[in-house]
Design a protein around this ligand. Structure first.
Ligand code: GLP
Length: 243
């Protein structure tokens, strides 16, 4: 496990963009696993700047997002599809047909999960998976539970997760109750994983995830079993970590 603690959010963003951008430079047709939430926004902004400066190109990159809300139309401002277009896809030279997200507005959600797993299987392997972490240890939208699923599936969001994400909506009731998420098996299959977190409110869960027991009660704790895990945090989120 490679843990790095940064003094500023900017330094974290640049280091994460170095890792992702460096991979794309070495392998222009890399397969990236992408995440949403507040933490990756600055990382994507750095990648956008690098692309505008001609340092990195996304034309041949394939991407898979971790998750999407169920029931939001794709073009809803808070759908993860809209988030990705706004923060990355529309601002770089990525090809839309290579940028995949689960479709939370699909009429047949089970078929949509199977379609997404089919696309992942076709891609073979994710080279680098970017991950954030929820306060309860969720990764993607894999919420703590007595069992976790390997493939793409529907989850009911925990009240605390809906509460945490309410800041993006006009009112808490508008936060969808369900989401489609890539499963833990697909996440752990990635060749490399970059877990990012910032802020004092993430310090305890980061400690539990990295040093606590490996348990489905804290889905991020399964990352301890991964052979190439990189953890980038700011000083506040990394307060309880040993480096
Ligand atoms: C959402 C996403 C997760 C993300 C989490 C943390 O729940 N589904 O993938 O890791 O938010 O987000 P933030 O970075 O805003 O704390």
């Amino acid at each position: 496990m490679n843990i790095r603690i940064f003094n500023s959010q900017e330094d974290l963003n640049e280091a994460a963009a170095d890792l992702i951008g460096g991979l794309v430079l070495r392998n222009p047709s890399a397969v990236l696993g992408l995440a949403t939430g507040g933490t990756p926004v600055g990382i994507y902004a750095s990648l956008v700047r690098r692309c505008a400066a001609g340092i990195v190109r996304f034309r041949d990159v394939t991407t898979f997002n971790l998750d999407e809300y169920v029931g939001l139309p794709k073009n809803h401002p808070e759908s993860y599809f809209s988030y990705m277009r706004k923060h990355l896809f529309d601002a770089v030279d990525a090809r839309p047909e290579r940028c995949h997200l689960p479709d939370g507005s699909a009429a047949d959600i089970a078929a949509e999960c199977a379609r997404y797993d089919g696309l992942l299987a076709q891609a073979g392997r994710i080279d680098l998976q970017l991950l954030g972490i929820g306060h309860n240890g969720h990764i993607g939208f894999n919420e703590p539970d007595h069992a976790l699923l390997s493939g793409t599936h529907v989850v009911e969001l925990k009240p605390s997760t809906r509460e945490a994400n309410a800041r993006f909506f006009d009112s808490p009731e508008q936060v969808p109750t369900h989401a489609i998420t890539m499963g833990i098996g697909s996440i752990l299959k990635a060749q490399s994983i970059l877990l990012v977190a910032r802020g004092a409110d993430k310090a305890e869960i980061m400690q539990r995830a990295l040093y606590g027991p490996i348990t489905t009660d804290c889905p991020a704790s399964l990352l301890q079993t991964h052979a190439d895990l990189h953890v980038y945090v700011d000083t506040a989120a990394g307060r309880l970590l040993n480096v």
